[in-house]
Design a protein around this ligand. Structure first.
Ligand SMILES: NC(=O)NCCC[C@H](N)C(=O)O
Length: 409
């Protein structure tokens, strides 16, 4: 079994993490398409990159090896066969159906060094960049005023969502929105062709070819036995069942999936938008979800079946039992004050990235929640966030842990 991937908790000391430094894809955001591309405002790229570099630096200062999606993808695609296969799939999923346009874009992308090609695909291709000489479809003739052949992928710096490490494997996710679905192709080709991944034979607990959506922001590894998965605007119950079944059948040691049904709206987009683990027995929570939250348990039944149960106990009880603890503490974002919680939640006040038990990275702008965490004995490492936060994701969303040290709960 591979030891390239090892994530058996949310809080074990983080050793290796996958990030994406925001690039020119962010410069291709315009007001007309903001909503569709899941942004609320346009970040100033230069500052967003500085903030992101500081994020990476804080991680390195704390012993974490940082690897970048764009570099792993470029390395995986150096192989000519892999590159062609990737481009075919990427252009198809970008809805490029005209043969002459496809050929033009293929040649354009193949003329670039691999790393430049990866950056270009992430950034998007504007119509004026290429000249299509031959008309081979009605669409070639009927040019509308939409500016892109390939849409930009500005959400790529939220590396948490396209895939998730659980135990020694990953879920390669089918993302819910068109705006993000192609993002997982980078991870697919890293998994399939990157030397380290190929050698490690990393198992997939979910594949993007499945028809049900699931996103990594909903997947939390609470312990080496329990995974929590948010059933949200982005993650469907069908996908959760498949992940549970695959984890149980592969004898990974995982015994229970706790399904958190959260309100299906943008403010509560993923489970990690409203709930993260910060220490053995401490969690952040957005006070607004505690009322409407329903929790279900999925466990292993006889003959490879699943058992389901609605657990109506208070959340503290459910977590205490699942993690075998005497008590747990839920730390309210903004201290529970309606205005402060609303404001800090909007900028991902509950979205902490734990890099060791009781040590988290957060956005400095959420100073009320940060101070509360500090008072509870959590070490809070803050990063600047004026621009990064405009994409509606925090430090957990911006990271895909690949390796964490195991802990004993
Ligand atoms: N895990 C997360 O909550 N990720 C944040 C994703 C933000 C991005 N703009 C999105 O809507 O998908």
């Amino acid at each position: 079994m591979s030891n390239l991937i090892n994530v058996t908790s949310e809080i074990g000391r983080l050793k290796k993490v996958l990030l994406h430094r925001p690039g020119n894809e962010v410069e291709n955001l315009v007001p007309e398409y903001l909503g569709r591309l899941l942004f609320d405002d346009i970040p100033y790229l230069k500052i967003a990159q500085k903030e992101h570099d500081r994020f990476a630096e804080v991680l390195r200062e704390n012993g974490v090896e940082v690897v970048y999606l764009e570099e792993l993808a470029a390395s995986a695609l150096e192989d000519e066969k892999a590159k062609i296969e990737f481009l075919e799939e990427m252009l198809h999923e970008s809805k490029i159906y005209s043969p002459s346009l496809k050929e033009t874009l293929m040649q354009y992308l193949l003329s670039m060094p691999t790393r430049e090609m990866v950056d270009k695909i992430m950034a998007g291709i504007r119509k004026e960049e290429v000249e299509v000489k031959e008309v081979s479809s009605l669409a070639d003739l009927m040019m509308d005023d939409y500016p892109f052949y390939l849409d930009p992928m500005p959400n790529l710096y939220f590396t948490r969502d396209p895939g998730a490490s659980i135990g020694n494997g990953i879920t390669l996710n089918r993302m819910q929105t068109d705006a993000r679905r192609r993002e997982t192709l980078f991870l697919k080709y890293i998994h399939k062709y990157h030397k380290d991944f190929r050698e490690a034979n990393v198992p997939l607990w979910y594949d993007r070819t499945m028809p049900f959506s699931i996103e990594g922001g909903d997947e939390l590894v609470l312990s080496d036995k329990v995974v929590a998965i948010g059933c949200s605007e982005r993650t469907s119950p069908e996908a959760i069942e498949i992940v549970a079944k695959n984890l149980f059948e592969a004898n990974t040691g995982f015994e229970k999936v706790l399904v958190f049904e959260i309100p299906k709206c943008r403010a509560f987009m993923h489970l990690d938008t409203v709930f993260t683990m910060v220490d053995y027995d401490k969690f952040t929570i957005h006070p607004a979800i505690q009322g409407p939250l329903s929790v279900y348990e999925v466990t292993k039944g006889a003959n490879n079946t699943l058992k389901f149960k609605h657990n109506t106990s208070p959340l503290e009880e459910i977590l205490k039992d699942a993690l075998n603890l005497d008590s747990v503490e839920l730390i309210k974002c903004g201290g529970g004050d309606f205005i402060v919680a609303g404001r800090e939640q909007w900028n991902d006040g509950s979205n902490t990235l734990a890099i060791a038990p009781g040590v988290v990275v957060t956005y400095e702008r959420n100073y009320v929640t940060n101070e509360i965490l500090d008072k509870k004995g959590i070490k809070v490492l803050t990063i600047p966030s004026s621009e990064l936060s405009r994409g509606r994701g925090g430090p957990r969303c911006m990271s895909m842990p690949l390796y964490r040290e195991n802990i004993k709960l």
